[in-house]
Design a protein around this ligand. Structure first.
Ligand code: ADP
Ligand code: NA
Length: 335
């Protein structure tokens, strides 16, 4: 099994990023059996499809790398790198551009959604980035690719490109590309703002109190939980009792996600109690989980040299795994 997955570099990481995205990678890594491997990359090349700020991209790439390592991605067990350091991604994309069809890309709903009515004003990269995504996974002979609902169509496209390339340029017994299978991750935790249970916890929220940042220390975490918006009712003893109480549902959801429990189990324990009892328990659980992560994260974030070294080592490993496929693709094309 070879799993390949990318994440957009983004800064100001918070509890939502951890529970909704990063933790799933750590789990995948920890579930790998002997002989199987995960390749995790920071999708910095994909950032070019949208207007971007170069210094911000560099900072976000390092911050995301720091967060991944702090949260448990082990650069010795998994291959952790950024795309831009492995030129084979961009090279293979160009080779695959000859195989991908305009009609296929035109059908991508992400393209239609992101471009809206202003197609003429979009970067070419916004149109062709699904081909780069295909290269990202085909380069490594990925057998499995975790995909959310919104990315299913792009993995389907990668399979179509691989199949057409194998068909057009390879003999039946020597295909260049493996067709990757999707892994549909279990439903991801969706963490809401601490100030408004109907808004997603987000780095874009102007209120610092709305989110718990990965850099927050124990006191800050406890303060934010204490000040989190709630209602005056005690917690219900059953999940149905959370209907119409988004703030309560969110706090129970966070507790459940951190404790690895179902919300029903959390309510079995805390049902009938007020937030005066529940919030300190939630705060402590957060501090227990995020404390060690935050400490390591703060330390790594300040050490660009160590991060660069980790990413350089990962890139070398990635090149080792990807270059044979790239060479085979060149040969198949007569190049
Ligand atoms: P933000 O919303 O803070 O700008 P991003 O959009 O950069 O965060 O998200 C980066 C990753 O973290 C994505 O995989 C996204 O699904 C996940 N994520 C972000 N916010 C949340 C949240 N509140 N709950 C669950 N997952 C989240
Ligand atoms: Na966002």
């Amino acid at each position: 099994m070879r799993v390949v997955s990318g994440i957009q570099p983004t800064g100001n990481l918070h509890l939502g990023n951890y529970l909704g995205a990063i933790r799933n990678w750590v789990r995948m890594q920890d579930e790998m059996e002997e002989g199987s491997e995960c390749l995790f990359f920071l999708a910095d090349l994909h950032a070019l499809s949208q207007p971007h700020d170069p210094a911000g991209l560099r900072a976000a790439t390092l911050e995301m790398a720091a967060a991944l390592v702090a949260c448990g991605i082990d650069p010795d067990r998994s291959v952790l790198f950024n795309q831009a350091q492995v030129p084979a991604h961009a090279e293979l994309q160009w080779l695959l551009n000859g195989t991908a069809r305009m009609g296929w890309l035109n059908r991508m709903t992400q393209w239609k959604d992101k471009a809206g009515k202003n197609r003429e004003g979009q970067s070419v990269a916004l149109f062709t980035y699904p081909v780069l995504q295909a290269a990202d996974v085909l380069l490594y002979q990925a057998t499995h690719v975790p995909v959310g609902e919104d990315q299913k169509q792009h993995l389907e496209l990668a399979r179509d490109i691989a199949q057409k390339f194998n068909n057009d340029f390879c003999t039946e017994d020597a295909p260049v590309f493996t067709l990757p299978e999707p892994i549909i991750p279990g439903e991801a935790a969706r963490i809401m703002s601490l100030r408004d249970g109907t808004a997603k916890m987000s780095k874009s929220d102007p209120s610092e109190m709305s989110r718990i940042n990965l850099v927050d220390d124990a006191d800050t975490i406890m303060q934010k939980v204490k000040k989190a918006k709630t209602d005056p009712e005690p917690l219900p003893s059953e999940v149905a009792g959370l209907d119409g109480r988004p703030e309560a549902a969110n706090l129970v959801g966070i507790f459940a996600a951190l404790a690895g429990q179902e919300p029903a189990a959390v309510l079995a324990q805390f049902g009938g109690q007020g937030f005066g009892a529940f919030k300190p328990a939630l705060g402590e659980l957060l501090v227990e989980t995020l404390g060690p992560i935050g400490a390591r994260f703060r330390q790594l974030k300040e050490d660009a040299e160590a991060l660069d070294a980790i990413l350089a080592r990962g890139a070398a490993k990635a090149r080792e795994r990807g270059v044979p496929t790239l060479n085979a693709a060149y040969r198949a094309l007569g190049l």
